[in-house]
Ligand binder design. Sequence first.
Ligand code: KG4
Ligand code: ZN
Length: 348
Amino acid sequence: MLILGIETSCDETAAAVVRDGAEILSNVVVSQIDIFAEYGGVIPEVAARSHLEAILPVIDKALADARCTWDDIDAIAVTHAPGLLGSLLIGTLTARTLAILYDKPLYAVHHLKSHVYANWLTSGDQNSPQFPLLALVVSGGHTQILYMRGHNQFEIIGTTHDDAVGECFDKVAKILGLPYPGGPSIAEVAKTGDADRYPLPHPKVEGLDFSFSGLKTAVLRAVQKEVGVPISYPSYKLKDLLTPGQVADFAASFQKTAVEILCEKLEMALEQHPETKSIVVAGGVSANSELKKIFMLHLGQRAFFPAPSLSGDNGAMVAAACYYEIMSGVKPTDPYKLNIYPRVSVES
Ligand code: KG4
Ligand code: ZN
């Protein structure tokens, strides 16, 4: 079964053709990072307009790279939730139109499910994650631990009370004067930093839930103390007072703490679910090599990470998630009625 996956939930315009939820025939991603690096973050209206310009060429290229015509495509899958409203609209309206035009079944896919299923793309049939499993979703918008008894069964057992971990990387990067997106910038600078120089607190959140806004504030206060300014000092000016060495040490100390927090909660989840066979890590922050190193050390062969090229937003993971939805009995959606849900949970 060949599925065309379309993804436009944030600032990547992406389309891919995937065979049977595993084999990537093409995977085209046009990133808007260059545009938003100038602003230091995503501007929703600009993102939607960029999607509009890119979406049809991206889909054409995905078909051409896969050496496919529309006749070869068995289904269209598109992200309909959650994400930026204007961005989701461009992807879904395009997918609806194409489904009607070429008479293809249309499937609406939740973005977090897609991130989780990126792990089936890379592992293939031989060594896929086994159920029951725990999925740690770490993206710019979400930090959740999901329990999966089987394909397409998602139970949220832990979630963040405030910021997502990716968002925290982005905000800390801003304080340190590092370029957008903050996650990769922090990871890069942290390589030369001393992770033990600035001890940061672990938030006290009950159970398997997370809180990352306190960690961001802790970094802010530690920077203010280090450079000797009061807490009323404008945070955007702090970067001018930091030396490159201090920036690297703050980046490394923050990254270490964020990874420790994620690891602690996952180990707690494993204690509660000793029957767990695999752990899959999903979302943009799964590209973080320190996270991967620590998880591999603690969890060994049970841990799955998507290939770095599939950790961020892409169309291949949408097609993979759609394949397993179809295998679980999910029916196509009406292309005349498909709606978007910018904030809906993965459980719904
Ligand atoms: O999954 P994603 O591409 O988009 C959302 O669905 O949100 O995740 C984007 C997030 C951003 O916050 C970005 O800073 C973070 O993933 N990120 C990283 C790394 N690469 C991307 N965070 C830490 N280390 C990285 N190497
Ligand atoms: Zn994402």
